[in-house]
Design a protein around this ligand. Structure first.
Ligand code: NAP
Length: 357
């Protein structure tokens, strides 16, 4: 039974019928309007792979939680690189996950923070009024006023943390976790972070700062003050300087933007050291280099992500103890989401772009 939605014992049957009705409404296309009624919601919709300009805010039927699901009123979401991939299906290989001809999910959005407003009676971990956050990089359908999720997909927002802060602490921080938990960082070591003002990089920088280490970071000219405020020992402006000309000095090189290569960074690495990049590299080499360097002093590791059940509790702890504060660049209302996508695609975003709903 879904508390807050329907007290009828046949609620899952009703939910099914209702869901079928929703599907039908979605298939025939909904009317665009700014006003929602109790059964409807506004959502960011695309029915085929497209560009930000073709994105639409439409009024469609509100989702109904089925068995084991929770209905969340979304308060904040983000537009990140994964959303861009989900919008455009570029690179082409993504179509095998997102839908070959057209997207399986028509509502966009990966990160979310919001309030529980209905709970199936089988769900024991959450109640109406709880503040929750979560993400799904294959699509949480979170750029909408409401979403449904299973209990396993939700995490409690730490006390006193704003919705927008919670939403900005998800995808980038989740991937940043996999960089530092694939290695054993020790006090006094030297770490270089390339792309330290990105969604991944800005979280990674703060996570690395939990250790007593020397940090070198790259940033562009506009982010000088930001990077300084995040606690860095040495800074390279990547628009003017080449960090790969630095000395052989580093125990770890973390490329959080994938713009370097192991070959270029190798001279900077100490005899026993590790290189990690968020990208596969220009020739896909970061997929096989971990094997080729396994028995060498200078190793390559690919940061295959850990499960959310490991990463989000870690992030929550740091958020709760104020050891991590996600960087927020711009905020937009839902109706301006197409502008937010255009900004993210322009490559000018710093860290996180928020959509307040
Ligand atoms: N491995 C995975 O599973 C996975 C998952 C998600 C994303 N990724 C990849 O990880 C990368 C970063 O993602 P993100 O979401 O953090 O991206 P993002 O927020 O767009 O950040 C990119 C960062 O790179 C910086 N940058 C741009 N050009 C640079 C250059 N030539 N040298 C050094 N830094 C440069 C930007 O600096 P400014 O802000 O100062 O301009 C920004 O800090 C992307 O390439 C993405 O495809 C990998």
């Amino acid at each position: 039974m879904v508390e807050g939605v329907c007290k009828n014992p046949n609620s899952s049957y009703i939910a099914r019928i209702y869901t079928q009705t929703i599907k039908k409404r979605i298939d025939i296309g909904a009317i665009r309007t700014k006003k929602t009624n109790l059964r409807n919601m506004l959502a960011t919709i695309r029915r085929k792979y497209t560009s930000p300009k073709k994105l639409k805010i439409e009024e469609i039927a509100k989702p109904v939680p089925s068995e084991n699901e929770v209905l969340v009123k979304v308060q904040a979401t983000t537009v990140n690189r994964t959303d861009f991939t989900n919008l455009t299906a570029k690179p082409f290989i993504m179509r095998f996950f997102l839908g070959l001809i057209k997207p399986k999910k028509i509502i966009l959005g990966t990160d979310f923070a919001g309030e529980v407003i209905a709970v199936d009676s089988n769900c024991k971990s959450y109640k109406i009024g709880d503040k929750v956050f979560g993400f799904n990089d294959s699509g949480a359908e979170s750029q909408a006023e409401y979403l449904t999720a299973t209990e396993e997909e939700l995490f409690p927002i730490p006390e006193d943390i704003e919705y927008k802060t919670a939403a900005a602490s998800l995808e980038g921080a989740h991937y940043a976790y996999s960089f530092i938990h694939k290695v054993n960082i020790k006090s006094g070591q030297r770490v270089l972070i390339n792309g330290a003002t990105g969604g991944i990089g800005s979280a990674l920088l703060q996570f690395v700062n939990q250790y007593d280490v020397q940090i070198t970071a790259t940033r562009n000219t506009k982010n000088k003050a930001l990077i300084k405020s995040l606690g860095v020992d040495k800074i390279y402006d990547f628009t003017k300087e080449d960090f790969t000309k630095d000395k052989k000095n580093y125990d770890f090189i973390f490329d959080a933007v994938g713009k370097s290569t192991f070959r270029k960074c190798k001279p900077l690495l100490k005899e026993s050291s590790i290189y990690i990049s968020s990208e596969l590299g220009p020739k896909g080499q970061n997929a096989y280099l971990p094997l080729l360097t396994k028995w060498s002093g200078k190793k390559v590791i690919f940061p295959i992500p850990f499960d959310k059940s490991k990463t989000i509790p870690y992030i929550s702890n740091l958020l709760g103890s104020e050891a991590f504060e996600p960087v927020i660049d711009r905020e937009y209302p839902l109706e301006d989401i197409s502008e937010a996508y255009s900004y993210v695609i322009s490559g000018q975003k710093t860290a996180n772009v928020i959509i307040n709903i």
